[in-house]
Ligand binder design. Structure first.
Ligand code: SAH
Length: 371
């Protein structure tokens, strides 16, 4: 039983269902133990093996000795006047990430982080300003949901208030591929959170090869941070565009939803005053999205200390939206939530210990930036 021969305990939140089944079989247990333990952990929020009453005493002893159920601890909780709650969660001695709960009419959305900091250097995003430290483990990603459910006192599952998850917190989820996929598997797994795949959304700045890999292993909803209709402008706003330009990104989006008639890609577009918000940009965007089943989500820019950018005015956003709608592009303006506690899109900062590792993390060489 090699996995159990170490001093450090194995965190069971690190496994998705197939992983947990393999783990139990290595322990000499039947595969159905995985479903039982998943239910205890996720549907009842239990982290104490002695409370898992349908497990044998000897299995509980084994689990107590070698394993644990450990989600990130809450360092602080802030509540906004509109009901949004932001938690600062400690993931290790020097690093914290933020998770945000957004209650809405008929649904509750949890915005989950995938990395400590971010390596992508989008100038309009506060997370990018703090640099990149490390990927979150599966346990640290799904543990945000585990902890939020506990803090919201909505266990067991029948009482849950979190109906949707968006991977839109700190980090670029597709640059932490395996851990994010495992965590999303647990979000949609019947024996765990059992959310519908339409209610789990991954947001990406557009890591094209990873998007193609994602299609092989998952079918959650896709949101893409487009923010500009031309390569020239997108290179500036979302520098990873120099590596994966718009044409390639949109082709990958098409491939992601291919074969499913009703599916759409959501394109996020942050409204930056005087930068990407003119009627000409709107018309270019319409052209750009032609032939792709899509929705556009206009996001008012949320300011953070030290930023040069300003949000477009409401009138400018309305005009932009109107041009898109007239051309038949479904467009909504995202309501800014949790502003008074800096919990809105792009405002999540957490706490990052080592900011020195500020470079793109993926298989290939980082692209060079123009001076
Ligand atoms: N790295 C992923 C997830 C990031 S956050 C991605 O790029 O998609 C989710 C959304 O908030 C992204 O569309 C991001 O570009 C946007 N965003 C970042 N900073 C923002 C800000 N200051 N104001 C409004 N939206 C912002």
């Amino acid at each position: 039983m090699t996995v159990l021969n170490t001093d450090t305990k194995v965190n069971l939140l690190d496994f998705d269902k197939p992983g947990l089944e393999a783990f139990f079989s290595e322990m000499g247990e039947k595969a159905f133990r995985a479903s039982q333990v998943l239910k205890w952990m996720y549907q009842f929020g239990v982290d104490d093996f002695d409370a898992m009453s349908n497990l044998s005493k000897s299995l509980r002893d084994q689990l107590n000795k070698h394993t644990e159920v450990r989600a990130p601890e809450i360092v602080s909780e802030q509540r906004a006047s509109d009901g949004v709650i932001k938690w600062l969660l400690r993931v290790d001695s020097g690093n914290c990430v933020e998770t945000v709960y957004i209650p809405e009419e008929g649904r509750g959305t949890l915005c989950v982080s995938s990395q400590v900091g971010c390596a992508l250097e989008c100038g309009f995003c506060s997370t990018a300003q703090q640099g990149f430290n490390r990927n979150l483990s599966t346990a640290e990603i799904i543990g945000q949901l585990w902890r939020a459910n506990q803090a919201l006192e909505c266990l067991p599952r029948e009482q849950r208030v979190i109906s949707n998850v968006v991977m839109m917190g700190m980090g670029e989820p597709l640059l932490n591929f395996d851990n994010v996929v495992r965590a999303m598997n647990l979000m949609t797994e019947d024996n765990a959170y059992g959310l519908s795949k339409r209610r789990v959304t991954i947001s990406t700045s557009g890591i094209v090869p990873a998007l193609d890999r994602l299609k092989e292993v998952s079918d959650v909803s896709l949101a893409v941070s487009l923010h500009a209709p031309t390569d020239e402008l997108r290179n500036e706003l979302v520098p990873i565009n120099k590596k994966y330009p718009i044409k390639e990104l949109l082709a990958a989006c098409k491939r992601y939803i291919a074969g499913e008639a009703k599916r759409k890609v959501t394109f996020e577009y942050v409204m930056l005053d005087g930068i990407n918000d003119t009627p000409a940009h709107a018309r270019q965007l319409i052209k750009c999205l032609q032939g792709i089943p899509s929705k556009v989500n206009l996001i008012p820019f949320n300011p953070f200390p030290g930023t040069q950018y300003r949000s477009s005015s409401i009138a400018t956003m309305d005009k932009f939206r109107e041009i898109l709608m007239k051309a038949g592009v479904i467009t909504i303006t995202r309501k800014t939530r949790g502003e008074d506690i800096d919990a809105a899109c792009g405002q999540l900062a957490g706490k990052v210990k080592d900011r020195s590792k500020r470079k793109w993390r993926h298989e290939e060489q980082p692209i060079t930036r123009t001076p």
